[in-house]
Design a protein around this ligand. Structure first.
Ligand SMILES: *Cc1c(COP(=O)(O)O)cnc(C)c1O
Length: 376
């Protein structure tokens, strides 16, 4: 049995007729750049998310960068980010000569908390970038309240949670990525909605911001050969858009399968002593981009070693806090540490989860984790 973190091959085989036809249609049309496929996908995603504007771009990191550029910030302006996330969230902040201010996360949901954000706000804070980590929403209602109170913009990093629903206290439900000024996502192949290469998009309900985002993604161009500002060249490839347009129709089913797989893991793994299964927040559905557990007191490293010895996939997302990364040295005060982030980097491990995961494959993984726990 060849078990992987994600099984893109089986997923493709199950929809290959549709995908092949869609790809060939683009090739036959020769509309390779911003052709019908990009427009069709943009419309379909706007409808799915219930958002006014989707602006496709080349990848998730570009989406974050373009979103940040659209806020017209000044060098040295502070941007609050969780310290427990993928590097791209904070990388673009440094790239634009802004100052990443890293804050702690919730030990159960792994998401940045409104309290941590509130405590980090200063007069120089200009933006907040909550990340919907591993597939469920950060608590956006209080985060947006804090941001509005201080006149600060919010960009959601929704690369790991496309399709998740956030419930407001009044019962209203909305998709993650549409809860702030700008939502950003990635269509990297292993994401919940992944293409067969690189891709990304931004979402907004704000017409002015949408125009700005489109302009920045297209060389700062207002009309052809008239450049009003410095931009970038960041396009979603037409062939990738055609693939995404097919896969979007399957997204809810894919996410439902991930949830079923997570339920099966929970049932077996929650009985192991010293293991904590992923928590589910009360205000968000979970689309399980990752199934991430905790094991304390050195057991995490033992489990990872045992899994590796059996050639079974098991990953650590993320082993190093952002503030401990060399790349961010110049922005981080000497000796800076955040207790929850530091502890999570020592305790978390992620097991395979994807839309094609079956109970028999999970049984092999569950047995291996159980044996590792017993032998610790
Ligand atoms: C994948 C990911 C990104 C970056 O997406 P790319 O398309 O690889 O550039 C950004 N943030 C988070 C949280 C991610 O998981």
């Amino acid at each position: 049995m060849n078990i992987q973190m994600v099984d893109l091959k089986t997923q493709y085989q199950n929809i290959s007729a549709e995908i092949d036809e869609a790809v060939l249609e683009v090739i036959r049309s020769t509309q390779f750049i911003n052709g019908f496929a990009v427009k069709d996908f943009q419309k379909a995603l706007e409808e799915y998310l219930g958002v006014k504007h989707v602006i496709p771009c080349a990848n998730g990191t570009d989406a974050l960068q373009i979103a940040m550029m659209a806020l017209d910030l000044q060098p040295g302006d502070e941007v609050i980010v969780p310290a427990f996330t993928y590097v791209a969230t904070a990388e673009v902040i440094g790239l634009l000569q802004l100052k990443p201010v890293m804050v702690d996360v919730d030990p159960e949901t792994f998401n940045v908390t409104p309290e941590a954000i509130k405590a980090a706000i200063t007069s120089r804070t200009k933006a907040i970038v909550p990340v919907h980590l591993f597939g469920q929403s950060a608590d956006m209602e209080p985060i947006m309240d804090i941001a509005r109170h201080h006149g600060v913009a919010v960009i959601e990093d929704n690369a790991q949670a496309i399709g998740a629903d956030y419930t407001y206290t009044d019962g209203r439900i909305a998709k993650t990525g549409t809860l702030s000024d700008i939502g950003c996502t990635s269509f990297f192949p292993s994401k919940n909605l992944g293409c067969y290469g690189d891709g990304g998009a931004m979402f907004t309900d704000n017409d002015d911001l949408a125009e700005k985002l489109r302009m920045i993604a297209n060389h700062g161009q207002s009309r052809r050969y008239y450049h009003d500002r410095i931009g970038v060249n960041s396009r979603l490839d037409s062939i990738q858009a055609a693939i995404l347009n097919i896969k979007l129709r399957h997204l809810d089913a894919y996410n439902a399968n991930r949830l079923l797989a997570a339920d099966r893991y929970d049932e077996q793994l929650s009985q192991l002593s010293g293991i904590t299964c992923p928590a589910r927040s009360r205000f968000s559905t979970h689309v399980f981009h990752q199934y991430t557990l905790k094991a304390a007191n050195g057991m995490r490293d033992h489990i990872v070693q045992q899994m590796q010895a059996k050639n079974l996939p098991c990953m650590i997302y993320y082993p190093v806090p952002l503030y401990a990364q060399k790349a961010f040295e110049s922005w981080v005060p000497e000796g800076y540490s955040l207790p929850v982030t530091a502890q999570l980097c020592d305790e978390v491990f992620s097991l395979p989860i994807h839309s094609e995961l079956t109970p028999d494959i999970q049984a092999v993984i569950i047995d291996a984790v159980s044996e590792a726990v017993e032998s610790f």
